[in-house]
Design a protein around this ligand. Structure first.
Ligand code: DAT
Ligand code: MG
Length: 139
């Protein structure tokens, strides 16, 4: 079934000039861009986006990182795009992420407080619906 996912190129990716390379990988995989917007997240938006992480030890550093500059917010579409983009992204810890993935090829650990790992991708159809509603309410 054709589905949509919410992808973010996080502030580390935008600052490092990797937004184009990451978009290239999404397009080269064959997914369709539905919406794209460069935007600095607020703490209020992040409390909704990362609601399952509120209160965890890395939550405050995560908000500090995610509000440190603009992210590129993307809605992409395609068959099994939620699973497909998570596979392109690689595992959460960029040091351990396999080569060939976005996090494995382009990321590494920079801080002990929070993992800066270049991208976000929705992890289920329910998360995708929720996150697209948060970032792109007009969709
Ligand atoms: P993912 O982004 O792979 O879906 P997640 O939803 O578990 O991972 O966590 C959200 C973000 O929070 C993640 O991209 C980086 C940061 N993070 C997660 N677990 C962490 C940890 N144990 N220590 C530091 N930062 C962490
Ligand atoms: Mg997640």
């Amino acid at each position: 079934m054709t589905e949509r996912t919410l992808i973010l190129v996080k502030p580390d990716g935008v600052k490092r000039g990797l937004a184009g390379e990451i978009l290239r990988r999404i397009e080269a995989k064959g997914y369709t861009l539905v919406a794209i917007d460069l935007r600095t997240a607020t703490a209020e938006l992040l409390a909704k986006h990362y609601e399952e992480h509120v209160g965890k030890p890395f939550y405050e550093p995560l908000v500090e990182f995610m509000t440190s500059g603009p992210s590129l917010a993307i809605v992409a579409e395609g068959e099994r795009v939620i699973e497909g983009f998570r596979s392109l992204a690689g595992t959460t810890d960029p040091t351990a992420a396999p080569p060939g993935t976005i996090r494995g090829d382009l990321g590494r650990q920079w801080s002990t407080a929070v993992l800066q790992n270049l991208v976000h991708g929705s992890d289920s159809p329910e998360s995708a619906d929720r996150e697209i509603g948060i970032w792109f309410p007009a969709l």
